[in-house]
Design a protein around this ligand. Sequence first.
Ligand SMILES: *[C@@H]1O[C@H](CO)[C@@H](O)[C@H](O)[C@H]1NC(C)=O
Ligand SMILES: *[C@@H]1O[C@H](CO)[C@@H](O)[C@H](O)[C@H]1NC(C)=O
Ligand SMILES: *[C@@H]1O[C@H](CO)[C@@H](O)[C@H](O)[C@H]1NC(C)=O
Ligand SMILES: *[C@@H]1O[C@H](CO)[C@@H](O)[C@H](O)[C@H]1NC(C)=O
Ligand SMILES: *[C@@H]1O[C@H](CO)[C@@H](O)[C@H](O)[C@H]1NC(C)=O
Ligand SMILES: *[C@@H]1O[C@H](CO)[C@@H](O)[C@H](O)[C@H]1NC(C)=O
Length: 587
Amino acid sequence: MMAVCWLSVLILTAMFANYQTTTSDSSCKKFHAKKCKCKEDMKQRPMFQCSHLGLTEVPELPKTTFFLNLCHNKLEILRNGSFSNFSQLLTLLVAYNYIQVIELDAFRGLENLTQLVLDFNSLPLSAKIFQKGVFLPLTRISYLSMRNSNKAMKHNFKHDLIQFRSLNTSLHTLDASNITSVKWTRHIVGLNNLKILDLSYNLCTNIDKHFFANFNTLETLLIGHNLLGSLIMKDVKGKLLRNLHFVKKLDISHNSISFIPSKFFQGLSSLEIVDVSKNFLQTANFEIDHMKKLSQLDFRENLLTSIPANMLRHLHDIDSNNISIYLENNPLKCVCDDLDFLNWIVNEKNRITFANVEKTNCKFNGISRSIRDIKLVINALDKHCANYTIIISIASLSFAIFIIITITGLIYRYRWKLRYFYYMTKSRYRGYTSLNEHDSENYQYHAFLSYAESNLRLVKFTLLAKLEAEGLHVCIHHRDFMPGQPISANIAHAIHCSRRTVVLLDDDYLSSYWCMYELNMVRMESIYSRKGENILVLVLNEGIDKCKLPLELMDIIHSNTYIELPQDPQVIDASGICGRIKDAILG
Ligand SMILES: *[C@@H]1O[C@H](CO)[C@@H](O)[C@H](O)[C@H]1NC(C)=O
Ligand SMILES: *[C@@H]1O[C@H](CO)[C@@H](O)[C@H](O)[C@H]1NC(C)=O
Ligand SMILES: *[C@@H]1O[C@H](CO)[C@@H](O)[C@H](O)[C@H]1NC(C)=O
Ligand SMILES: *[C@@H]1O[C@H](CO)[C@@H](O)[C@H](O)[C@H]1NC(C)=O
Ligand SMILES: *[C@@H]1O[C@H](CO)[C@@H](O)[C@H](O)[C@H]1NC(C)=O
Ligand SMILES: *[C@@H]1O[C@H](CO)[C@@H](O)[C@H](O)[C@H]1NC(C)=O
C-alpha cells in the first residue's frame, strides 16, 4: 500500500528490463515527446515513464499506450478529455502531483483502465472534486488508490466518504488511507466486488453502524491507525463488523483500544489474520472459537501480562494447525498465577508458533527472561510456586484459626447476654406477656428466690413462709417453675417476671451451675430490661469465705449493700432479717 506508485514503478521497470531486448521498431520510435522514456512490451504496445519532468499538462502520446507514469510532476488540474486518447491505457499513475481539481469528464475515454493511483496530491475531499460520476467512465477499474490525497486539507475533518458512491462495481481494491476521513457515515453501496479496503491512518473516531453493511465480498479490511478505541469498546454486541463474513484479514492496530468486547468479532467467521497490535489491551478475552481458519493473532505492543484461560481453550479447540501468535513488547509476567499459560506455551508448541520468541520476554522475579528459555523459567517457577502454595496454605489456615478464636472469644465474652436475649426472644415468641413497660407493680411476682439446694429447708419453712405471710408473691423453683420447660427458660422467665431476685449466697450456691446461671441472668436482666436498675437482693451466708468469690461477684458485693444471713436458723427468726429482705424487695 505504502507508496504504491513506487511499487508499480519498480514492477514496471522490471518488466521494462525484460522487454528491452525486443525493442526494435515502431511505436516508441514514432513517438517524439522527447522527455518521456518509452519501452514496448511483446505486443509492441508502448509504456511511458514521464515522472520527474515538471509536466503541467498530460502529454500527447500514442493511442496504444497501455501504461503511463506521471508521478512527481506539477499537474494541478485533470481536465475534461485529458485522457480521451488513452482508450487502451491499463495503468495510470499520477501520484505526487499538485492536483486540486478533477473535472467531471477528466477520466472520459479510460474505459480500459484497471489501475489508478492518485496518491499524495492535494485533493480536497469534497463533493466538488469527487463529483458524483467522476469515476463513472472507469468501467473496468479494479484498483484505486488515493492515499494521503488531501494534504492541503489535513486539518479539515468534516468530510466523509460520499465520493465513493459513484464507483463502478468492478472495483477490487480501494486505498483511501491517510485522507483524514474522520467519520464514515454513509451507507456505502455499489462496491460489489471490493476485496480490499484500506481506510487506515484516517483519524477516524466514528463509523456508522450501516457503513460496512454492504461489503459482501470484502476479504481484507485495514482500519488500523485510527481512533476507534472507544467505538470498539462500546460494541458489546459485535454489530459494527457483523456482516463481514468473508473478511480474512482484519487490521485494527494502533486504535487506542483498551478493551475488546467478547463478541466483537462474532460475525467474522472467515478471519485468518487478526492484527490488534499497538493498542492498550490489558486482557484478551474476546471470542475466537468461531474463526476456524485462524492463522495469525498479533498482540504486539499491548499491555498484556498473559493470555486468559478461555482464550487458551479457544486456541486449543480451533482446528487450524498452524497458528502464529505475536506477543512481543507486552509486559508478560512469569508468575505462579500464569503457570498454566506458560505450560500451555510449551504444550502447544507444535501447533502454535510464538513468533519472535527471542524478542518476547516475561518478568520473572523482577528479571526479564526470554520466552525462548521458557522451560528453564517453568522449572524455576515450579519450585517457587510450591513454596508459594505452602505459604498461602499456612496463611489461610492461620487466618481461619484466628477467626475461630476471635468468634469463640466473642461468644464467651457475651455468653450471658446472648443467652439472656435468646430466652427473652423465645419467651416472647411463645406469648408470654411482655413486661417491657414495667410500670413498677405489674410483675407477676414480687420476688424470685434463688438458692442452693441445701438451703431448701431454710427457704421453704422460714423465708418463704414469712414473706408470703406478709402478702408477697414469691417464686421459687421448687414450686413455681413450669414443668416441661427447660430449666434455663424457667429461670429467665422467673427473673423477668419478678420485681426483684433474692439470691441466697453460700458456698453451695457458688459451686452450683444453675445458681451461677441465675446470678448472671439477673445481671443481664438488670442491664438490658430494667435500665440498669438494681434488681438483685444479695443475702450472704455469714460463713461464706469471701476470698473464694468469683471476680464478677466481688464486683457486685462491693457496689451493693447486702444482707448477712446468720448461720443459725433460730437466729434468723429473731434477727428481723425477713423484714429487711421484704424492704429490699419492695424498695
Ligand atoms: C488525441 O489525438 C488526436 C489526433 O490523434 C489529437 O488531435 C488530439 O489533440 C488528441 N487529444 C489529446 C487530448 O491529446
Ligand atoms: C467538463 O465536462 C463536464 C461534463 O461534460 C461539464 O459539465 C463541465 O462544464 C466541463 N468542465 C470544463 C471546465 O469544461
Ligand atoms: C479497450 O476498450 C475498447 C472498448 O472500450 C475495446 O474495444 C478494446 O478491445 C479494449 N482494449 C483492450 C486492450 O482491452
Ligand atoms: C460498471 O461497469 C459495467 C461494465 O463493466 C457496466 O455494465 C455498469 O453499467 C457499470 N456500472 C456503473 C454504475 O457505472
Ligand atoms: C500521511 O500523510 C502525512 C502528510 O499528510 C504524511 O506525513 C505521512 O507520512 C502519511 N502517512 C502514511 C502512513 O502514509
Ligand atoms: C506456519 O505459518 C508460518 C507463517 O504464518 C510459517 O512461517 C510456517 O512455516 C508455518 N508452519 C507450518 C508447519 O506450516
